[in-house]
Design a protein around this ligand. Structure first.
Ligand code: NAG
Ligand code: NAG
Ligand code: NAG
Length: 291
């Protein structure tokens, strides 16, 4: 029997964390042994404030946010370059972005008010086209892959429990989440299931929640607990570990380790964010990137 190579893998993982205060961005190692300041150039220090992010053609892109609700910017050599192409809708906050079609495109959906909270568009690296609107609003409902299709859950403003998924013909309902949840993070696993991490339970006064939920075979179940309840975080899945960067003091960075068959094995705290940086932009990179 081979011994577990987990630690070797984790010490090779580096995540660039671009915070809403761009000057506070940092490079985090997956084993928690280092956290180094990163130098990102942006037109303004609040450039990533409430921006959503996704990888398109191997490049990190950010979408919308408070600074400019229709902007699309690409990270090239540690500098955000704003593209001439713009989002179709104003996505100031509450929206999400997700890499689709094996990273060739991004789906960008939802926003903070009115029917924009249902709308979606697809960006292919050079153009944006509108696509099907969801049946329900999903402000801060997130986007994740479930059975290789985009899905969203809940809504920060309407506080419903609805989950739905986007196919080639439009959105269809998934089982309701057991809670009136939002401001969670959604992560698709390779094995077709989707995790829901953290968030607030608006059926319970907006309590921060620590449960790790999994939607698998059209069934929501609890598969574990965070070490600390959290919300307004961001998550990334790398080499069978999910890294969750939290917002609630002390801004813990928690790592969820899965085994080969993607069963949860352990939750560890690998450090803290240097401040209350909600919804950080995350990019899996190498050990000397932008430092
Ligand atoms: C859903 O999953 C739970 C936990 O694994 C299980 O106990 C329950 O029977 C499942 N329900 C359905 C309808 O499959
Ligand atoms: C993964 O973990 C689950 C439960 O913890 C276990 O049943 C399964 O055999 C493990 N898979 C491997 C490949 O070790
Ligand atoms: C996916 O699940 C199947 C069946 O449970 C398992 O045999 C396989 O190893 C899993 N694959 C991955 C990548 O986890």
């Amino acid at each position: 029997m081979a011994t577990c190579p987990c630690m070797e893998i984790e010490s090779d993982v580096f995540i660039l964390v671009i915070t809403y205060n761009v000057e506070a961005s940092y490079l985090q190692s997956g084993d928690g042994s280092s956290q180094i300041s990163a130098k990102i150039n942006a037109p303004e220090n609040n450039y990533a404030y409430y921006a959503a992010h996704a990888i398109v053609n191997g490049k990190l892109h950010i979408f919308g946010g408070t600074y400019d609700s229709k902007k699309i910017a690409r990270l090239d050599d540690c500098t955000f370059n704003e593209l001439t192409v713009r989002l179709n809708e104003e996505r100031r906050n509450g929206h999400s972005a997700l890499s689709i079609e094996n990273g060739k495109k991004a789906l960008i959906c939802f926003s903070y008010t009115g029917n924009i909270r249902k709308t979606c568009e697809i960006f292919d690296g050079s153009t944006t086209v509108s696509t099907f609107s969801a049946d329900s609003t999903h402000k801060f409902g997130g986007l994740g892959l479930y059975k290789n299709q985009p899905a969203s859950v809940g809504c920060r403003s309407v506080k419903h429990q609805k989950a739905e998924t986007l196919s080639a013909t439009g959105w269809t309902a998934l089982p309701n989440h057991p809670k009136r949840i939002s401001v969670h993070s959604l992560v698709g696993l390779e094995n077709q299931s989707m995790l829901l991490i953290g968030g607030r339970d608006y059926g319970n006064g907006g309590a921060d929640q620590s449960r790790i939920w999994q939607l698998k075979d059209e069934n929501w179940s609890k598969i574990g607990e965070l070490l600390q309840a959290d919300f307004y975080g961001s998550a990334i899945y790398i080499d069978r570990s999910v890294y969750y960067f939290g917002y609630r003091s002390p801004y813990a960075i928690q790592r969820l380790d899965f085994n080969e068959t993607e069963d949860l094995q352990n939750v560890a705290r690998i450090g803290n964010q240097p401040g209350g940086f909600f919804l950080p932009v995350l990019f899996h990179t190498v050990s000397d990137y932008c430092i």
